[in-house]
Design a protein around this ligand. Sequence first.
Ligand code: SAM
Length: 305
Amino acid sequence: MDGIVRGGAALTGVLDLRAAQRHARDRLRAGGVGSADLDARLLVAAAIEEDWTVLVSHPERPVSARERTLIDALIARRLSGEPVSRILGEREFWGLDFEIGPATLDPRPDTETLIERCLEIAQAQDWQAGAPAVLDLGTGSGCILVALLSEWPGATGIGLDRSYEALRVARANAGRHGLEGRSAFLCGDWDEALGGTFDIIVSNPPYIPSADIRGLAREVADHDPRGALDGGADGLDAYRRIVPAAAKRLRPGGWLAVEVGAGQADAVAELFAANGLRPGAGLDAIARDLAQRGRVVSMQRPPLS
Ligand SMILES: C[S@@+](CC[C@H](N)C(=O)[O-])C[C@H]1O[C@@H](n2cnc3c(N)ncnc32)[C@H](O)[C@@H]1O
């Protein structure tokens, strides 16, 4: 199998961008891809190495034979279940562009609930005036740390992961957003190799119960690294390590904020409370996403009185 002609015929003859985009869209639709319009635009633009706006501004631009071959190859990858973000090696998160790779989770829009909660905490703590020290456990592409440091101009942060390759990507993303002077990246098994204390510790750890991984959409199961997904038998293994470790690394008054999976918020909130953390600043311990699911748990180490 050449892997090129699936879900319709390959591109042939002289084409302009308008025709190439239509052809790509029709093949993706025929292959059952729900986001065929958007994906066709992004994949054609990637193949011709131009911004997608050229498809609107210059639809009559001819497509070379080499570009046609590339478009076909990218469509074939999409039809085989690879997400567009993986094909492009890029994902937008919090309005910022991130490199992603085989060792990193593809950042999810759901994780923006964690950023929103951190901004609420910062406002309540009046950190804008100071310089919070941030720790991101399981930083992956670095998306959470980079988003927070871009919001907090005085802040510094450490991104930690056990994957060297993920850390290479995270460091590149920090550099891309001009944050190399305010960020550092460390390899380790959660906090084991770490010193120091922090104003806020954040994490989006692996939380999918092991037995559920096989049932995930193939875009996820086949392309996100297993080490970024697998949370053990009940999905809570990482929280059992992270919460007690983080509680000891918070300055008095410091915050821990973590993303949680479906139905996990109450159990994780109990774990926080059992480790001496308390809700604060008038914020509910559980922050909900747009679908009203408990998505983030945040509490603070009680301030010194
Ligand atoms: C769900 S991904 C989150 C990545 C990124 N923070 C995001 O939100 O897109 C979890 C991350 O935790 C890392 N990880 C898993 N187990 C770890 C451990 N024991 N110590 C450090 N990092 C770990 C994985 O390599 C992965 O990058």
